[in-house]
Design a protein around this ligand. Structure first.
Ligand code: APR
Ligand code: ZN
Length: 245
């Protein structure tokens, strides 16, 4: 593994434009379960709770589970060494942008300042009718579904549900980041969800070297990955940081 880490460090040091593409796996060691796999959220909850039509047709049922997963449970998670390590690489000028599928805000808490949230962010709640929006921590969630304090319409978390479009600005910036990448560090993702999973493919097509960090193989490993660092995100990132700083 050490030689693989050395090759990854060499690529990162040489690359003039390194980006990161992350999924739920980078936050597992912060206590947030992944979506897939035997301990995944989708083995406990029905993914339909995140279906946009279901959210509008059964707001009370959907909000009850959304609150349990993303606000009661996620809310206390802290950035781990992998998030912090990417923040250090950015400060050293060795990482330009992070594209994340995650909605947990942990990259920002870990020190990354350029983060494209491809699936939005759970921090904010937005009104489905008026212009009201506020941080989830400021909103009373004691009654389900959660309603707008201004117009009493349904409030919705500011992350995308299945059937909802990708936030246009995040989409555009992520495409540009992938195209500009000389190296892309792909961390903690199965690579199964469209259109996010096309970004590492786009980076590869644009000539980037793909470094992948994951304890298991993904859709990328045997197709576009150049250097596969098999292991947990915090362990691998800590080894890379130790060799770089
Ligand atoms: N370190 C790194 N990777 C890990 C770790 C860890 N400690 N633990 C698990 N993983 C890997 C798993 O091997 C798997 O490849 O993280 C990945 C988690 O896969 P998913 O749960 O499918 O997460 P992700 O690929 O981000 O899902 C994409 O699916 O449900 C939607 O919107 C949701 O953003 C999510 C999208
Ligand atoms: Zn409103």
């Amino acid at each position: 593994m050490d030689t693989l880490i050395d090759s990854a460090v060499k690529v990162i040091k040489k690359s003039k434009y390194t980006t990161a593409f992350t999924g739920a796996g980078i936050s597992v060691e912060s206590g947030i379960p992944p979506f897939r796999g035997e301990t995944g959220l989708w083995s406990k909850y029905d993914p339909q709770v995140l279906d946009l039509n279901y959210f509008y047709s059964s707001p009370k049922e959907s909000w009850t589970v959304v609150k349990e997963i993303f606000y009661d449970f996620f809310g206390k998670a802290k950035a781990n060494d992998a998030h912090i390590g990417l923040g250090i690489l950015e400060k050293k000028g060795l990482l330009k942008e992070v594209i994340t599928q995650n909605i947990d805000n942990l990259h920002q808490e870990g020190g990354s300042s350029i983060v494209h949230e491809f699936h939005g962010n759970s921090n904010m709640l937005v009104c489905t009718s008026c212009s009201f929006k506020d941080k989830a921590e400021h909103i009373d969630m004691s009654r389900m579904p959660v309603l707008c304090p201004k117009c009493k319409s349904l409030l919705k978390p500011d992350f995308i549900f299945f059937g909802e479009g990708i936030p246009p600005l995040a989409y555009q910036k992520s495409i540009n980041a992938a195209k500009n990448s000389e190296a892309m560090i792909v961390i903690g993702t199965t690579g199964e969800v469209m259109p996010a999973c096309q970004l590492p493919l786009l980076a590869k097509d644009s000539g980037a070297t793909i470094i992948e960090i994951n304890p298991e193989t993904s859709k990328f490993t045997h197709s576009i990955t150049d250097i596969f660092l098999q292991g947990k995100a915090t362990e691998i990132i800590n080894k890379i940081i130790k060799k770089i700083v």
